[in-house]
Design a protein around this ligand. Structure first.
Ligand code: ZN
Length: 229
């Protein structure tokens, strides 16, 4: 069961189109998996429509048409990725397991790079989501943990399939996690089968303990495409 959702204000900003594309994509992918948040976005869409066009309140038919039009625009895959085609495979096979991507992420399936092995039981693949930003798919095999780290920007994570623990909390499929620079954390899939997440970060990680401080295996992963330093 999904326990971790975007905040109400984030969902409203998402509907208003006021979020950076990275966060909007992850919230959209979360809504693909979360009926509760999908329903909230529809309510926000309706209230925004009424705010903009008060006359719609007296005309439910036109209001429904407006909402339908809005949803058809936001679901138009070609707006996010012109090369999208319905025939794209939306599954990822890792270590013999098959993972189905949420529809929002499936739009970028043809932009996923090669999978490569990180330290321990961690694997990753970058995906170019446009606008000079990269997202990372990270696969934590059973027993894997990401070295303890903090970061200078916001780290957004969506659990696509599986479970992991972090800071005493357990995260499961569909959970949306937003951490900022005040959090130091160490995601671990110690007691579970493999876990696939997608994560986005607007600044590099900064490792705080152990061998990770020396080799920083993940620190280069999250640079934006256009970042030079
Ligand atoms: Zn939700």
């Amino acid at each position: 069961m999904i326990k971790h959702h975007p905040s109400e204000s984030a969902l409203r900003s998402f509907v208003e189109g006021a979020l950076p594309s990275t966060k909007a994509i992850l919230i959209s992918a979360h809504c693909d998996m979360c009926p509760t948040c999908l329903s909230k976005t529809r309510s926000f869409t309706e209230s925004i429509a009424v705010d903009m066009f008060p006359d719609l309140r007296q005309n439910p038919t036109i209001l429904r048409e407006y909402i339908s039009m809005f949803e058809s625009i936001t679901n138009d895959s070609t707006l996010l990725n012109p090369s999208y085609s319905q025939t794209l495979d939306t599954r990822i096979t890792l270590d013999g397991r098959e993972f189905v991507l949420p529809a929002t992420l499936a739009r970028f399936a043809d932009r996923i790079g090669e999978w490569s092995h990180l330290a321990g039981k961690l694997w990753h693949a970058s995906v170019n989501i446009g606008g000079g930003s990269l997202a990372q798919f990270i696969y934590m095999d059973r027993g894997a943990s990401v070295p303890e780290h903090t970061h200078k920007g916001n780290e957004l994570t969506l659990v696509i399939n599986g479970k992991f623990t972090d800071g005493g909390k357990c995260y499961e499929s569909g959970d949306f996690i937003e951490l900022n620079q005040q959090h130091t954390h160490m995601p671990t899939a110690e007691n579970y089968e493999g876990c696939l997440v997608v994560t986005m970060l607007d600044m590099p990680l900064h490792f705080t303990s152990g061998w990770a401080m020396l080799i920083n295996p993940l620190s280069q992963l999250y640079f934006k495409v256009n970042t030079n330093n």
